[in-house]
Design a protein around this ligand. Structure first.
Ligand code: URA
Length: 435
């Protein structure tokens, strides 16, 4: 058995661990031979001393091998997936995954449930009556092969080491470490088996990484480690200071994504252009196409309805009923509107504050296992840069359980808005590109 104490001494002194040492440590931890306290000490040593790129790649590989690793080599199509570090109103996967599939890339996408202010794609999709976001691995394979994309939650067979390690990190102050974050996110994505990975690393108040610098560091580390492991990878660092789109919640976000997939014309809001850019990176890398060509193809497949057709086919294959969803969205709910108290230009809609209010309304989970209200959420009426007059609506808050708490939540939501007399400059959502 690996001499855990020696490896702890070595990392504490700032030396790089060997590939076999990392593998044995993670293997021992997964099997329960290395106790939690030694793994927690190792996590802290990694937090304080860091890891080289090679060690990070070895850690990720060892964590990936702690469970099932999927292989899609029997498919005739190249495989790709997009991972977002999570944000507020982030419904981009609902557009990107079917769009890339419509461009001839297979998209096996294991997705997550929401925690805290970060929403989860599985929770959003489960608001579609009948949609099964907990497919067996066999059914998941079938949907990917037949439709070209599938979105389902990761099963316990994928990366058990990450589940165990994340629970320890959460209570030992060791979440904020680039090699550990990299290992955690990448091991799950690598195990999913897609050969091309595109990362959307969010930056700003509503993101896990608050500063641009930290987001670039994480994005660069994930791209480098994935490339070193033989995958094609790229990342965009994108702004998360304001929610994406107008809807923040679950059913309302799905409705907004469906609307975008169906109408696909006219002037494109920035979040749709960002979706196209991320899909274009997937298509360009997976199919070895120049990025301009891939971008053109994506716009065509969005505008000619092919991406919506893929989305419809995926939902149907996973048991979902979009007509029933449309009826579900018209169910009566308790609503509260907030209005502008002064005129001027919207200079800020703070993503974190909006996310916290959505959580108060029941759209998210405080802790794993909490039940969510699928119809709870916020629909913004304005975005940064918009001109508003006194009394003009800023947002509508909604919940389906009971009206209690709506007014308190509304008072909090006011704090997310700043209105000034000067029109602010609205920059691109894309802050950096790492290829
Ligand atoms: N998300 C993950 O899956 N793991 C981390 O360590 C941080 C964010």
């Amino acid at each position: 058995m690996v001499a855990a104490k020696l490896l702890l001494d070595k990392k504490r002194e700032g030396h790089a661990l060997g590939s076999a040492e990392i593998r044995e440590f993670i293997d021992g931890f997964t099997k329960g031979e290395i106790p939690d306290y030694q793994m927690a000490a190792m996590a802290m040593a990694i937090c304080c001393r860091g890891m080289t790129d090679r060690e990070t790649a070895d850690l990720t590989d060892a964590m990936m091998r702690s469970g099932v690793v999927l292989d899609w080599s029997d498919l005739s199509l190249p495989t790709a997936d997009k991972h977002s570090t999570g944000g507020v109103g982030d419904k981009l996967s609902l557009i990107i995954q079917p769009l890339a599939a419509a461009c001839g890339v297979a998209v096996p996408s294991l997705t997550g449930r929401g925690l805290g202010i970060t929403g989860g794609t599985a929770d959003k999709l489960e608001t579609i009556p009948g949609y099964n976001a907990s497919l067996s691995m066999d059914d998941y394979r079938k949907v990917v092969s037949e439709v070209g994309c599938s979105m389902t939650v990761q099963t316990a067979e994928i990366c058990p080491a990450d589940k165990k390690l994340y629970a320890l990190r959460d209570v030992t102050g060791t979440v904020a470490s680039i090699p550990l974050i990299c290992g955690s996110i990448l091991s799950k994505k690598w195990a999913e088996g897609a050969q091309t990975l595109v990362f959307d690393v969010k930056s700003g108040s509503g993101a896990f990484m608050k500063t641009r610098e930290d987001s670039v560091t994480l994005a660069t580390a994930m791209v480098k480690a994935s490339q070193a492991a033989g995958r094609k990878a790229a990342a965009l660092v994108t702004d998360m200071s304001e929610p994406l789109g107008y809807a923040v919640g679950n059913a309302n976000e799905v409705a907004e994504a469906i609307e975008a997939l169906k109408t696909h014309c006219g002037t494109e809001p920035s979040w749709i252009s960002l979706s196209v850019e991320l899909a274009a990176l997937m298509v360009s890398l997976a199919k070895d196409l120049p990025l301009d060509e891939a971008r053109e193809l994506c716009w065509t497949k969005l505008r000619d309805g092919s991406a919506y057709a893929k989305f419809e086919a995926m939902v149907k294959a996973q048991g979902g009923d979009l007509d029933a969803f449309a009826r579900f969205c018209t169910k009566p709910t308790f609503k509260f509107k907030i209005q502008a108290m002064r005129s001027g230009y919207v200079t800020q809609v703070d993503a974190e504050k909006v996310g916290r209010v959505a959580l108060m309304l029941g759209a998210g989970r405080e802790k794993t296992g909490d039940k969510i209200d699928p119809l709870a959420g916020i629909t913004l009426a304005v975005k940064v840069g918009d001109k508003v007059a006194v009394g003009q609506p800023l947002a509508t808050l909604e919940k389906s359980t009971e009206p209690d708490g709506l007014e308190k939540a509304a008072a909090e939501l006011y704090k997310a808005f700043q209105i000034g007399s000067e029109k602010p400059e609205v920059g691109s959502l894309i802050l950096e590109k790492i290829v």
